[in-house]
Design a protein around this ligand. Structure first.
Ligand code: SF4
Length: 474
């Protein structure tokens, strides 16, 4: 979400006439788009601002801005600690970035923080004009904010209540992207499978919205079993049906809200990839209750079994927190058991990071000792890598459809791409033979816990996207 906000920010600034600088020494404007999900980001922000002060002292005309979650959380505190910052804006003010920089240039330093995403369906959350890093693959926001209250999570307090983008706006944006050559989209939201819940409430309360089927779509109301609101599955099917789109992914769903309709849409829509990111967080029911996650380990495994039974060749990934306050050895042992049973293709493992204002951070006496966390973290990594390697070994010898991303970062002689399951594949090929955005058939020859290695068989589809040429280069 934060990375896509950066793309939206870059798009807003480019539309205002700014051009991306080659580096800090060439920049007239520096924007730090922050994330506060983990404590480290706080420390990094103020360290970076300290460095930027010395740059600005040499070049007083330079503007410095801070946006994103940390700005939403710390507000005027940022300019209090770093008075050389020119503009501070929140998570809901991205569209105002260029205007705020202009206003700050005239009137002096300012802060603008909106508490909530604009509730007006015409105003909220467009990613149109975003300066996307990859023209062939795009994130599309379908929802911002979160109505859950997980005890470790700061997101609800910095991103606000859940707000879904109107159905037709999401589909329209995907159609526009595909017309420009995008072949893969990832639908983004804090809790994607609750998409649409707020739209129905708004329709009930706002008479002027009632006639507007573009807000909620209409296919959901016309089926054999018409419903009062669109589900995430309805949106998934509508997006997957956009002609020319080859791959649809989404992140992140909440296990408690994963419905059979979503599994059916994934199984039946050819464009929806066989990839499910289902955050477990912990395997102990006691810890899950304290985390306020709304499911038990058993219920989670049932949902996972439903998804695996419905979707052939499904890759499953997860998020796990080690050292949640009060986590005992017995709790952690249950996490290891559930992780082993779930047989993940990979997992994002995090050391618990206390965030001020969250329920879990209120009692430091329950924090787990760093040495204990470090030891548990290593044990968890071993279990995850074991199942990841086993899943990857099963793919050796198979022909995979790979969407090419470009030369490998580590070895430019290798090209990198992703399979439909989201797995990274490296294969030898000069970039001109397998250009970014092309589809290639690759035979997998070797497996590692975090990637696959293969041999290029053939390019099956040439890139369709247009290449952006910077105006300054003409
Ligand atoms: Fe945070 Fe929980 Fe909402 Fe995810 S579902 S954003 S972890 S509060």
């Amino acid at each position: 979400m934060n990375e896509h906000d950066s793309e939206r920010l870059a798009g807003v600034l480019e539309q205002d006439g700014l051009v991306a600088a080659a580096g800090l020494d060439d920049a007239d404007v520096v924007v730090l788009n922050t994330c506060c999900i983990r404590e480290n980001a706080d420390n990094k922000l103020y360290g970076t601002l300290g460095h930027l002060k010395s740059v600005k002292d040499r070049r007083p005309g330079m503007q410095i801005a801070v946006g994103g979650c940390l700005a939403q959380k710390d507000r005027d505190g940022i300019r209090g600690r770093a008075p050389w910052v020119d503009a501070v804006w929140g998570t809901h003010n991205v569209d105002r970035a260029a205007g705020l920089l202009r206003e700050a240039a005239v009137a002096g330093p300012l802060t603008e923080i909106a508490e909530e995403a604009a509730a007006d369906p015409d105003a909220f959350g467009s990613s149109f004009g975003a300066r996307r890093e990859q023209a062939w693959s795009a994130w599309v926001t379908i929802q911002v904010g979160c109505d859950n209250a997980c005890a470790f999570c700061i997101v609800p307090s910095v991103r606000g209540r859940e707000v879904s983008r109107p159905f037709a706006k999401v589909v329209g944006e995907v159609e526009a992207l595909v017309a420009e050559g995008t072949v893969e989209v990832t639908l983004l939201g804090q809790n994607v499978n609750s998409y649409g819940r707020d739209l129905t409430t708004n329709l009930r309360n706002e008479p002027r919205w009632r006639e507007r089927s573009e807000i909620t779509g209409s296919a959901w109301a016309a089926g054999e079993r018409p419903r009062a609101r669109p589900l995430f599955a309805d949106l998934l099917r509508a997006v997957a049906g956009v002609e020319g789109l080859r791959r649809v992914r989404y992140t992140s769903p909440h296990p408690k809200d994963l419905r059979a309709e979503t599994v059916a849409a994934m199984a039946e829509e050819p464009a929806v990839c066989e990839q499910l990111h289902l955050p477990l967080q912990a395997g102990s029911d006691r810890v899950l209750t304290e985390m306020r996650r709304g499911y038990t380990a058993g219920r989670y495994l049932e949902k996972l079994a439903l998804a695996r039974a419905g979707i052939a060749d499904l890759a499953v990934t997860t998020d796990l927190i080690v050292g949640f306050p009060g986590e005992t050895d017995a709790d952690f042992a249950q996490t290891l058991e559930v992780v082993a049973e779930a047989s993940y293709d990979s997992a994002y493992t995090f050391i618990y990071s206390p965030r001020q204002g969250t329920a879990a951070a209120s009692d430091p006496s329950r924090f787990v000792a760093p040495g204990v966390i470090a030891e548990r973290f290593e044990r968890l990594k071993v279990v995850v890598e074991h199942s990841a390697l086993a899943a990857h070994r099963q793919r050796v010898g198979r022909l995979e459809e790979v969407l090419v991303e470009g030369p490998s970062k580590r070895d430019p002689a290798m090209t990198t791409g992703r399979t439909r399951q989201g797995k990274l594949v490296h294969f030898p090929s000069p970039p001109k033979v397998a250009p970014a955005g092309a589809f290639a058939d690759v035979v997998v020859t070797r497996a590692a816990p975090h990637f696959l290695v293969g041999e290029l068989v053939e390019i099956t589809t040439a890139p369709r996207h247009r290449t952006r040429i910077p105006v300054a280069a003409i």
